[in-house]
Design a protein. Structure first.
Lengths: 264, 106
């Protein structure tokens, strides 16, 4: 066999492989939405060592933020000179499992709700989105809901926001022309380069992410993904992101809150 | 916020091997990274952690730029007598934090 024939054979085989891969992809794409009972939190895709970091409630890395959050919770702030603890003496158990939800006719997530309390009740300045303080306080509030099932409202006045979030999840975006669903529904559990693609259930936000060497919000994570597909990004706390957050929380309905989670 | 956490078993049997876990809040900036405009971000790391048991040094660690942010240092020692374990972290830019934990040995 001369060189040209060999090349020809090689090309044919490559084409066959590509066809087989395409057929398999189409098959997988046919069953889009994940069946509810087999859903997995990102926790289950992690190595045992990373899971141990999340399980460590005394010297886990997120503990530092929880302690800061606790201090902020008890610190008086603003013109009202009241702390979170002054009003919410019994804590906010379950709050993190219910957000995003409507507040004064506007869809807000937990971070924004905390800031609404700061500006409205405490008469203090809002904490900047993604600031260490807001992350710590959100983690502290989220921690109080650990183990509770996620249950967000999606009907009635919430329906239009929910539908918008759902559209975002299935809309192809960016130069790579990928929708969230193509990775996180169709190819979850498979590899993207060296990393396992998780199912994108926001069960543990804000998370301590090893790659970030610190705590970050769900919206920061969204921005990572959108940068990855080379799409134009939304701002942290933007309505589009909050709508997407609502859709993802519905998608993770019934799953347990893990806040603050550790992710690789 | 220069926050540290230490985990020492509150009580132990004499001669028992105990595990000590320490966690310090620190960015551990390596000194090798640049900003988007090309300026070098100066090094800012914890350089040493020393643990003393009733005044006697039982553990010392030198930390380097490759250590991750918020370093967790875990080590073992033998519980010899009741008293106090003292921890001291020192680092760049005058970073210095101390913590202590009591232990009762029976």
């Amino acid at each position: 066999m001369d060189r040209r024939q060999r090349l020809q054979r090689h090309r044919q085989r490559a084409d066959q492989r590509r066809l087989r891969f395409l057929a398999l992809s189409l098959l997988l794409a046919a069953g889009t939405a994940l069946p509810q009972d087999s859903r997995k939190s990102g926790y289950e895709f992690m190595s045992r060592e990373t899971q141990a970091m999340q399980n460590d409630d005394v010297t886990g890395p997120a503990v530092l933020y929880l302690l800061d959050g606790e201090a902020l919770w008890k610190r008086r702030a603003g013109a009202s000179d009241r702390s979170c603890a002054d009003c919410h003496a019994a804590g906010l158990k379950g709050a993190a499992a219910r957000y995003p939800t409507l507040h004064h006719g506007k869809l807000v997530n937990l971070e924004q709700r905390i800031n609404a309390c700061r500006t409205g009740q405490q008469k203090a300045a809002a904490l900047p989105y993604e600031s260490k303080e807001l992350l710590a306080l959100t983690a502290y509030v989220g921690r109080q809901s650990r183990g509770l099932p996620i249950q967000v409202e999606t009907t009635g006045e919430h329906a239009s926001y929910f539908e918008a979030g759902k559209r975002t999840f299935f809309r192809r975006q960016g130069q790579l022309n990928l929708a969230c669903a193509q990775c996180h529904d169709d190819n979850a559990g498979r590899k993207l380069a060296g990393s396992t693609i998780p199912e994108a259930h926001p069960t543990g936000y804000p998370i301590y992410r090893l790659e970030w060497q610190g705590m970050g919000s769900l919206h920061r994570r969204f921005r990572n993904c959108l940068t990855g597909v080379r799409a134009e990004n939304y701002a942290l706390g933007s309505p589009e992101f909050v709508e997407l957050e609502l859709y993802l929380m519905w998608r993770a309905r019934g799953m347990r809150i893990e806040t603050p989670a550790v992710r690789p | 916020m220069a926050r540290v956490v230490v985990s020492v078993p509150p009580s132990a049997k004499k001669g028992e091997v105990i595990e000590i876990r320490t966690l310090a809040s620190h960015p551990m900036e390596t000194g090798f990274r640049h900003t988007t405009t090309g300026e070098l971000i100066p090094r800012d790391i914890i350089t040493t952690l020393v643990c003393t048991y009733n005044g006697a040094e039982i553990f010392r660690a030198a930390l380097h730029p490759a250590v991750s942010a918020n370093p967790l240092v875990t080590f073992n020692t033998v519980a010899t007598e009741s008293g106090t374990l003292e921890f001291k972290w020192t680092g760049d830019n005058g970073y210095s934090v101390t913590a202590s934990a009591p232990i009762s040995v029976v």
